[in-house]
Design a protein around this ligand. Structure first.
Ligand SMILES: [Fe+2]
Length: 355
């Protein structure tokens, strides 16, 4: 990613998220070479983002109809249609039956970003095989200008996910995602990608906790990590549209924060400037980051610093991005911007050890 300047420059993409315009960027074409397996391993082990440019280009073409169908569902949900009602229509009904029984929508009651949560039973030979599988549609923010949504496929208790270990329902939730969004196989059945990951990890991973994202203009995700017990990282695939990313290991993010605070005289960050590093780390990992959240997500000068230090990248349709998430201390933090003037489509799966 190249930084072009603060103003809106028609030769590039404006990085805007939740009402904050950060500046204009362009794609860094020279950095779009396919990395060698050695380079991939080096980046992964250093908790750096690994882009595999164009790796899914032929799959994007082969799944053009599925991608179009997904964009249609996304738009219908944005227009306040019930996703459960949509799934009762063809082709979804035939894809789900007889293996998945769609139950009444449920409300978790603890998530203000939830739009709709739909429960399913899995059925085998006419008998109940597994219950409490679900698909949840959420908005990504409460900002008026952000229409970004995501579809999550999982099972059981959402709030206590790390206490559950149910390989059968995990696999069925992944299968449910593929029934609704067949383009999921672009990742899960990609022999080269699976081979690359197997070589990297020493085992053939499962792709679980499947998320289907539609980042919309003015939206995206704030800087975060996705460390989960038993998960090695995340594989993200851009299927439609372009996204801009800031992605870097936590250690480098902490260095960038320290460097920025040392050079900046912004009064709002005075308290952060004198904060010991362990307190800053606690704040970074907390749900309420206070002014640090502003620094990380709504401070154009900090965004510019990250891009100029090589931590920005652009994803185009067919690109894969691997985000290592080995541990809280050693993981790749990342944030996302929608670069287009229409919503996109992407997949984001957790990479998990099969045991
Ligand atoms: Fe993430």
């Amino acid at each position: 990613m190249l930084w072009l300047g603060e103003s809106d420059d028609s030769s590039g993409w404006l990085l805007t998220r939740r009402g904050c315009a950060h500046g204009t960027i362009a794609m860094h074409e020279e950095r779009r070479d396919m990395p060698t397996a050695d380079k991939v391993a080096k980046l992964w082990n250093a908790a750096m983002p690994v882009r595999l440019p164009g790796r899914l280009l032929s799959e994007v073409a082969a799944h053009a109809d599925d991608i179009r169908d997904a964009l249609t569902i996304m738009q219908r949900v944005r227009n306040d249609e019930s996703c459960a009602d949509i799934l009762l229509e063809e082709p979804y009904r035939s894809r789900l039956e007889p293996d998945f029984d769609l139950l009444a929508p449920i409300h978790s009651g603890h998530d203000a970003q939830e739009i709709e949560k739909i429960a399913f039973d899995a059925v085998k030979s006419g008998e109940l095989h597994a219950e409490d599988l679900w698909m949840k549609v959420s908005c990504l923010s409460f900002h008026d200008s952000d229409d970004s949504i995501r579809f999550r496929f999982s099972y059981g208790m959402e709030m206590f996910k790390d206490q559950e270990h149910d390989p059968l329902r995990e696999e069925l939730a992944a299968e449910l995602a593929t029934r609704v969004f067949p383009e999921c196989t672009m990742i899960s059945a990609h022999r080269e990608l699976c081979g690359l990951l197997s070589g990297l990890l020493g085992y053939a991973p499962l792709f679980v906790e499947r998320l289907i994202y539609s980042n919309a203009p003015g939206g995206g995700a704030q800087l975060h990590q996705d460390v989960e017990t038993g998960h090695a990282g995340v594989v993200y695939a851009q299927l439609f549209g372009h996204t801009g990313w800031l992605a870097l290991p936590r250690s480098e993010l902490l260095d960038e924060i320290a460097g920025f605070l040392a050079a900046s005289e912004i009064p709002e960050f005075a308290e952060l400037r004198t904060m010991p590093q362990d307190a800053l780390i606690t704040l970074l990992e907390s749900d309420d980051q206070g002014t640090l959240e502003t620094l990380l997500n709504s401070t154009p000068a900090f965004t510019r610093r990250l891009i100029e230090h090589g931590h920005g990248l652009v994803l185009a349709p067919g690109d894969i991005l691997l985000l290592p998430q080995q541990s809280t201390e050693h993981c790749c933090w990342h944030s996302v911007f929608c670069l287009d003037d229409e919503p996109g489509h992407s997949l984001s799966f957790a990479i998990k050890h099969p045991a």
